[in-house]
Design a protein around this ligand. Structure first.
Ligand code: UN1
Length: 496
């Protein structure tokens, strides 16, 4: 439902009611009031949250340890029932939650719906899997687990991590991204309402210092992290300094960045390539680790595809995410915006051709970046992941497919990868050579479905096991069975 001004589910009355609920629920505090701003304009205060002080983080860990007896002794079925109840509550409260996601994270209406669906799927998936995995008498939880989650999926990844850790019988300290603590606070309230004891899952809001304290504390027996490769490396270094009381390493499940490529040969259906490129590169303003960063076009058909793609980009509407007509909302912060714009200017200064779709009227203020395409001479000019609506295009000769695969692999990232072709042997040739965790043929690169397409990467893109897949819960056990070796050849790793 909408009117000309936007969604009625995000109206002022709903948001005021939400703000009352938010301020009533419990969060560890001590570091003062923090205003959360709407990234679409950076003026509208979405709500306030109290950041946790060092003392309250330490106290939260103590209470978690006590709670682990209460939660860990429940049967897998009793724990699963709580998670399933939470999934039902999420569905019942979909409208106000969507309003909050749109306002706090700048997500479009469609992305906000998908976000809640994915969170529900994670809760139900891990609940169902836990009934199988934890029927084994030997399975013991790790204990206190820290979940450090990103702002780009502030509900789905937040709850995915927390649900998995809880399903395995662990107790959780959940550190949401600094930019999106309000929706995380709602998620924790819903888990409590669904029967998870108050101290079995606790929200510790704050900046990087809170995460660092959790990672260093010897009582924290495992860490789940989604975010940048750099931060994953820091966490891994910290964890390497200590062992759990049983003498085993402290497990880290990290899911990080990507330099995700799509190869398009001249047999591909151009209309489908354009549609899949638009959604892969620009949906969520490119702020997904799965997003397409590098479009590789076979020379013979590159001009045709580029002309169609540029035309289609002008049809995208970038602007206020509270309008149903908006395809692409803001990026998350002024720092993010500045970094993306700086990259575009650097590429332009090097003489590479840049094409930008026009911004919608009224987007001069706010954290908007127009969908941007940059033609680059080789993959080697890309030094880092650009987390925004920026797509790099490289051309390759028909005889250069193997060399192209080597260049893609040489980035060290291995998260998502796609190919568009109607030639079966080309599909076999590239899928054999890629290291990517998620490989897609003749479709887009984003929107992995929990349980159907387990999600995660290798090398610089993460540690595995994949989220929403059958091995994830096993990694959250004290004595975890060995994971199958999935790397085909050594890659640079965040572990090195
Ligand atoms: C992320 O952005 O951190 O397949 C990962 C997808 C999502 C990716 C989430 N599940 O697009």
């Amino acid at each position: 439902r909408s009117n000309s001004q936007g969604l009625d589910l995000a109206d002022e009355a709903t948001l005021h009611a939400l703000a009352d609920v938010l301020s009533a629920s419990r969060t560890w505090g001590g570091e003062g009031d923090h205003a959360v701003l709407n990234p679409a304009n950076l003026q509208d205060v979405v709500g306030h949250i109290v950041f946790a002080s060092a003392e309250s983080v330490a106290e939260a860990i103590s209470t978690a340890e006590i709670a682990s007896t209460e939660w860990g002794v429940l049967s897998a079925d009793q724990r699963a029932l709580c998670l399933e109840k939470a999934a039902d509550v999420l569905e019942d409260e979909m409208q106000p939650l969507m309003g909050l996601i749109i306002r706090e994270a700048g997500k479009s209406y469609a992305n906000a719906v998908a976000e809640i669906r994915e969170a529900v799927d994670f809760l139900r998936y891990y609940a169902a899997r836990s009934r199988e995995v934890f029927s084994e008498p030997t399975s013991k939880p790790l204990g206190v687990v820290a979940c450090i989650s990103p702002w780009n999926f502030p509900l789905a990844i937040f709850l995915g991590q927390v649900a998995a850790a809880l399903a395995a019988g662990n107790v959780v300290l959940a550190k949401p991204a600094e930019e999106t603590p309000l929706i995380a606070q709602e998620a924790v309230r819903i888990l409590h309402e669904a029967g998870v004891p108050e101290f079995a899952v606790q929200l510790v809001a704050g900046a990087g210092n809170v995460g660092a304290q959790l990672v260093r504390d010897p009582r924290v027996a495992g860490v789940l992290f989604t975010g940048s490769t750099e931060v994953a490396r820091l966490i891994q270094k910290q964890l390497a300094d200590r062992l759990n009381p049983d003498g085993t390493p402290v497990p880290l499940i990290a899911e990080t960045g990507g330099q995700n490529a799509l190869i398009v040969d001249s047999s591909a259906l151009s209309e489908q390539v354009v549609a899949d490129t638009l959604s892969s590169a620009f949906d969520s303003a490119g702020q997904r680790c799965s997003a397409l960063r590098l479009l590789c076009l076979q020379e013979e058909s590159a001009d045709r595809v580029l002309t169609m793609l540029k035309g289609a980009m002008t049809e995208l509407s970038t602007g206020n995410p509270q309008l149903l007509s908006t395809d692409i909302g803001p990026v998350i912060s002024s720092e993010a915006q500045a970094g993306i714009l700086r990259h575009i200017e650097e590429m332009r200064a090097k003489g590479y051709r840049v094409y930008q779709a026009p911004l919608s009227a009224g987007c001069e203020e706010g954290m908007f970046v127009p969908p941007t395409l940059i033609e680059i001479p080789s993959i080697a000019v890309l030094k880092r992941e650009i987390f925004g609506p920026v797509l790099h295009v490289v051309r390759y000769p028909r005889a250069g497919l193997d060399r192209l695969m080597d260049d893609i692999n040489a980035t060290g990232y291995a998260l998502t990868f796609g190919v568009h072709t109607r030639i079966d042997r080309t599909i076999a040739r590239v899928t054999e050579r890629t290291h990517a965790g998620n490989v897609y043929v003749n479709r887009n690169l984003v929107g992995a479905v929990v349980g159907v397409q387990p999600f995660g990467g290798h090398g610089l893109s993460g540690t595995g096991p994949k989220a929403g897949g059958p091995l994830y819960l096993r990694r959250l056990l004290g004595v975890s069975p060995p994971l199958p070796l999935s790397l085909r050849q050594p890659l640079p790793s965040i572990m090195s």
